[in-house]
Design a protein around this ligand. Sequence first.
Ligand code: PEP
Length: 250
Amino acid sequence: MRRPLVAGNWKMNGSRTESAALLDGIRKGISAASRAEVAVCPPYILIPLAAEKLAGSPAVWGGQNLSVHKSGAYTGEISGPMLRDYGCTYVIVGHSERRTLYGETDAMVAEKYGAAQAAGLIPILCVGETLQEREANQTEAVVARQLEAVLDQHGIGSFKNAVIAYEPVWAIGTGKTATPQQAQEVHRFIRSRLTARDKTVAENTRILYGGSMKGSNAKELLAQPDIDGGLIGGASLQAEEFLTICRAAD
Ligand code: PEP
């Protein structure tokens, strides 16, 4: 049985005060008995606050990105060991905003995935097609290319300690959600690519859906057989909305 995971990607949002209230709200609302695992990925600077507010709760926290290097003269970067040092469990790699706005290639994403695991973090590997690629019937080819870049470099065994997030770029922050059927089709496809390498790993790997998931559409998406949770952007910035999704994942 795959344990569902609901992870909030706060992106570049939140003052210290707002974030403290959000973290308090999440802590208060999650139940230790919940089947779903809950994670928040705040901006780097707010990770110590998340660590302080969530310590001893069932929720865990993570980063949104990491350097491929462990330490050294890399101004502005944060490494995997630094995230680990602040108690991070997860780190998002290859988010579409990193790929498009910061030019991260499949090879760079694969390198970050390896750096995360080397530091003892669980990478949440994001894959997904743009609207143009979907309309050109390229969805499977794009997702396969993004996935194979990591599989070829790190092997199927590495997925014992990784999570995949299918995030159609056209659904991120747009309010336009993939239908449960559209999402399920791609999730099934991703799992089939893993199955081709190792059936057991494929059955145990969690594949999250991301793209305008919110309280009102979470249940239907999460009911799909190959959707094992969500990577949540906008809706993770309000405790009640985020908690509604977490409960739907239960
Ligand atoms: C995301 O950025 O990972 C995301 C899914 O954003 P949103 O939920 O706002 O579409």
